[in-house]
Design a protein around this ligand. Structure first.
Ligand code: ATP
Length: 511
């Protein structure tokens, strides 16, 4: 097992052990691809939402919020194209009876070739040191350049088959690449079929009167069908955006990789409405803006990359993914799409209502074009956890697990720990806890040795611990311990608020 795989497994058990994420319905042996967020998970999730909402809605005077329903009129999904086209190509292995997304089998194959390329590059880098020219090496090393061309050839074939919906070509590609089922190890594949990802449900009280509907597979359509309501009531002028955070449901064929791919998940989406012809400028603006939002968390630049879509969805004229380097490779974290006027136009046609905007500067009405930024809240949660999880060996050779979550997102900001329960230390610590608990999320704990309590707070990512000891009773001082460097500082109780507030208040980090 690779180091990254092993690390990912450890992270998954850490999430369970420390109350971040549990499998749904665990006591009934769980329900695949659905997860529940525990006491610290829900805090982190709320903080991510808050960070997104503040920077998208509150910091932009031309963006407003919305909370639309999960259940919508079935016609919405005809108009949006989801009934006809929200499909994934699936394939089964006849021996293992396991089901896969055919395009992902091919992408996994590409990733394996890429890993070999990366290995060769790393070796050469170590050999040539500072003289190493990566670009030149990739162009001139025969083995590496052949592999790069091979990847491009596979990608082109896959994109073209997906675009033309030629399922037999996808199967041929799997066979020609000799892709084996990871479980059975055989190449005994069924034909490729399309599978619609929407969850069907019934509305109405009796079987006879019930009609079929869907759980929304994206939050975006709730924004489009409310375009006129919001524009009028918010007195919004183009360019303006509508943002919402909410659940989405997709009957994913293969739901692996923990919370990366779930059947019920949350999206944070913003649709930005612009004049026709101005969409590409705004597309580029939001592409930059969204990357800045991620980098603002202090992650390395190398952990992100843009991936331009070659195979555009039916509604888009430009699309890019912001990919994050998860332990299982670079994968989509957020999509930025120029959705043209497809959605509003289509809803106008299906609903037979005029959905247009009167632009008083141009003195004409038109259907606005839309730039969408769409990020999975759960994937963002996972990216933060992957980036923060560290196993460290300390000076005394003891190990600690620490989550170096950016302090303003940490579930708990300050743990207040009396050294012992005796001599009035608990009362003093509780008083400090009560004074600060409304300022930021505090945690009070008096059980176990102070060392054990520090370890527990490290493991849930608490950036600060405050220890109350006998000296506190004499001179109103306490010890502040910092999570990342584990350094400690003696200070007056009254100084605590200002120091911590500076480090955890979103106000100081928002972009
Ligand atoms: P993928 O190619 O990984 O299936 P997608 O292109 O279908 O993703 P979008 O429709 O663009 O995803 O959805 C926007 C965002 O919603 C994605 O960038 C991702 O962060 C999140 N997302 C999509 N599907 C899931 C899922 N099944 N589980 C968790 N998050 C998801």
């Amino acid at each position: 097992m690779s180091n990254q795989n092993e690390l990912f497994k450890k992270l998954i058990s850490h999430c369970k052990e420390y109350g971040f994420i549990f499998q749904s319905s665990e006591i009934y042996d769980s329900l695949a691809a659905t997860y529940d967020y525990g006491p610290f998970g829900v805090e982190l999730k709320n903080n991510i939402k808050h960070y997104w909402w503040k920077s998208m809605v509150d910091m932009n005077e031309n963006i407003v919020g919305l909370d639309s329903s999960v259940l919508m009129h079935p016609k919405v999904w005809e108009a949006s194209g989801h009934v006809d086209a929200f499909n994934d190509p699936l394939i089964d292995n006849k021996d293992s009876k396991k089901r896969y997304r055919a395009d992902q089998l091919i992408e996994d194959h590409i990733n394996k070739i890429q890993l070999k390329i990366d290995k060769d590059i790393l070796k050469a880098e170590m050999k040539f040191g500072s003289n190493f020219n990566k670009k030149k090496y990739c162009e001139t090393n025969k083995r590496v350049s052949e592999r790069i061309s091979k990847i491009q050839e596979i990608k082109d074939k896959l994109d073209s088959s997906l675009k033309k919906n030629k399922l037999s070509d996808i199967k041929n590609l799997i066979e020609n690449l000799e892709i084996k089922c990871p479980i059975s190890g055989t190449k005994n594949w069924t034909d490729v079929r399309q599978f619609n990802l929407m969850f069907k449900t019934n509305f109405g009280s009796t079987d006879e009167s019930a009609s079929e509907g869907y759980l929304r597979p994206e939050t975006a359509q709730g924004i489009f069908v409310n375009f006129l309501n919001v524009q009028k009531t918010a007195r919004a002028k183009i360019p303006f955006g509508i943002a919402q955070i909410g659940k989405a449901f997709r009957n994913e064929i293969v739901a692996r990789q923990f919370i990366f791919r779930m059947r019920e998940f949350e999206q944070m989406e913003m649709q930005f409405f612009v004049r026709p012809g101005e969409e590409i400028n705004y597309y580029n603006f939001w592409k930059d803006q969204r990357l800045k939002w991620h980098l603002n968390l202090g992650f390395d630049n190398d952990m992100f990359r843009f991936h331009n879509h070659q195979n555009l969805a039916h509604y888009a004229n430009a699309a890019v993914d912001i990919e994050y380097k998860f332990p299982f490779g670079f994968k989509e974290l957020e999509g930025i799409h120029s959705r043209t006027d497809f959605d509003l136009k289509s809803h106008q046609q299906y609903s037979k209502r005029k959905i247009q905007y009167f632009d008083s500067e141009l003195n004409k009405s038109y259907i606005p074009h839309v730039i969408e930024t769409s990020i999975g809240l759960d994937r963002m949660f996972l990216a933060i956890m992957c980036n923060s999880y560290k196993e460290e060996v300390m000076n005394d050779n003891e190990k600690r697990i620490v989550l170096s979550i950016p302090p303003f997102l940490a579930p708990i900001k300050l743990a207040i720990l009396p050294l012992t329960r005796k001599d009035g230390l608990s009362d003093k610590a509780k008083k400090i806890f009560n004074d600060l608990k409304l300022e930021f999320n505090c945690y009070y704990e008096e059980k176990d040795s102070i060392g054990k309590r520090y370890r527990r707070q490290d493991a849930i990512g608490t950036p600060f611990c405050l220890t109350i000891d006998h000296q506190t009773l004499e001179d109103e001082t306490c010890t502040l311990r910092y999570r990342d460097k584990m350094n400690q500082k003696r200070l007056k109780i009254k100084e605590v608020f200002e120091i911590i507030d500076k480090e955890v208040n979103l106000k100081n980090f928002i972009i």
